[in-house]
Design a protein. Structure first.
Lengths: 219, 205
């Protein structure tokens, strides 16, 4: 399973590096969305550090939805799907590999967005650095849940519409816990309770994905 | 019977394909050629009836196990477009736990050695078919299923495919090819299975 996961992750990241969709489309979109969100708040609030965590996760969610569709899209052409199906890859390994690749892409985007939040929204640099571990776990959990739901919706009619609708209940607790954890890092509140929620959610989505990804692929 | 969105793609098919042979499935567009090949590959479910391929029951058996024994070459793009010929084959070799050193041999055998570091999306249709063959040669499956492999091939490419498939059959593998041209089908193999409207109407045995 681990061998398959590393193989699939390396393949997905290589495709991403080659196609440069992340670099030229997703990251610029995320930065623009963050900038526009700051402008939408108005000059009185844009500089307020309290808005930073929420806007950071809102934009991260938009970016994640784009990346999930992209991650599933590279597998979903009929010919590729059939050829890869005959390789007999372990579905749990495929799930872990795709989740890890998506997490890496989200981490890269997250670092850029965090820098944007510090520069544009005046989020405190010290707090942003303190929040990095919880952001890492939150984005990893989003990647795991997104890979699972991406497999559920891929290939279906209206998949791009269905994905955000289906993922909303899965992402909502992650976004709330992530935002609270980020705010706590900025303002000195307690962090551990949000950490527990995030880690439990990550483990739960990984476990469900390992168990069910094969069934979703078959369906 | 095989259904798609409630519509029967294949129905009442009674067919026996001998191991170690080359068979051609032919018929007009929409006759069910691709569906039959996908059924044999374990890529679509058998809704009713009985069938077994390479010892695997298509209704009750483990279709994943069947898929590991078959090689599939579809008429659509079958690879990761943003990876090169070499990278696609390295991915397949590692997935199959085959030595990566075999890649140079199979690429040479299909005549793609000068394009080995070219991104797949930059290949011509004929070159993509050759990459498909390289993928299958790397796998060495028991059952080769090739869906319209002659589409977009020039005469040299067709001859190359014919010779290679003859070698594969001589090596003991079973090959089933779909082709919509009946004359081409007759040239290719003594056994031609004719489909129409999702049913076998000729060459069943």
């Amino acid at each position: 399973m681990i061998r398959t996961a590393l193989l699939v992750c390396a393949k997905d990241l290589r495709i991403e590096a080659r196609s440069r969709v992340l670099l030229w489309q997703v990251v610029p979109f995320g930065v623009m969305a963050l900038l526009l969100s700051g402008l939408a708040l108005g000059p009185a609030h844009a500089g307020s550090s309290s808005a930073g965590p929420g806007l950071f996760y809102l934009v991260s969610l938009f970016v994640a939805l784009l990346m999930i569709n992209r991650s599933q899209g590279i597998e979903s052409t009929p010919g590729t799907k059939a050829s890869v199906a005959t390789l007999g890859l372990d579905p749990a390994g495929v799930f872990l590999g795709k989740s890890l690749a998506l997490a890496v892409e989200l981490w890269i985007t997250g670092v850029v967005l965090l820098a944007g939040a510090v520069l544009v929204l005046h989020t405190a640099l010290h707090g942003a650095v303190l929040a990095l571990p919880s952001i890492g776990v939150t984005l990893a959990a989003i990647a795991a849940a997104g890979t699972l739901y991406g497999a559920l919706t891929t290939g279906g009619e209206g998949a791009a519409t269905l994905l955000p609708v289906l993922t909303l209940p899965a992402f909502a607790p992650l976004l709330i816990a992530g935002e609270r954890s980020f705010s706590a890092a900025l303002h000195g509140g307690t962090l551990w309770e949000w950490w527990v929620i995030l880690v439990v959610a990550l483990v739960a989505y990984l476990a469900v994905g390992i168990l069910l990804y094969g069934v979703l692929e078959e369906s | 019977m095989v259904l798609k969105n409630g519509f029967p793609l294949l129905s009442g098919v009674d067919l026996d394909i001998e191991g170690g042979s080359l068979s051609v499935v032919t018929g007009a567009n929409g006759a069910g050629k691709t569906s039959l090949l996908r059924l044999l590959a374990g890529l679509v479910a058998l809704t009713s009836g009985e069938a077994s391929v390479a010892g695997v029951d298509l209704r009750a058996g483990d279709l994943r196990q069947l898929r590991r024994r078959v090689g599939w070459l579809g008429h659509e793009g079958s690879f990761y477009d943003d990876l090169s010929v070499r990278e696609n084959l390295v991915f397949a070799a590692r997935a199959l736990e085959r030595p990566v050193s075999d890649i140079e041999n199979v690429v040479g055998r299909v005549g793609l050695e000068h394009r080995i570091d070219t991104t797949t999306k930059q290949l011509s249709a004929g070159q993509r078919r050759r990459l498909g063959l390289a993928w299958l040669l790397l796998r060495r499956p028991q059952l080769w299923l090739l869906d319209e492999p002659y589409a977009s091939l020039d005469d040299a490419g067709r001859t190359f495919f014919d010779d290679l498939l003859a070698d594969v059959v001589a090596g003991g593998a079973t090959v089933v090819v779909s082709a919509h041209d009946p004359l081409r089908s007759a040239e290719l193999a003594p056994r031609t299975i004719l489909l129409a409207g999702g049913r076998v109407v000729g060459g069943a045995r």
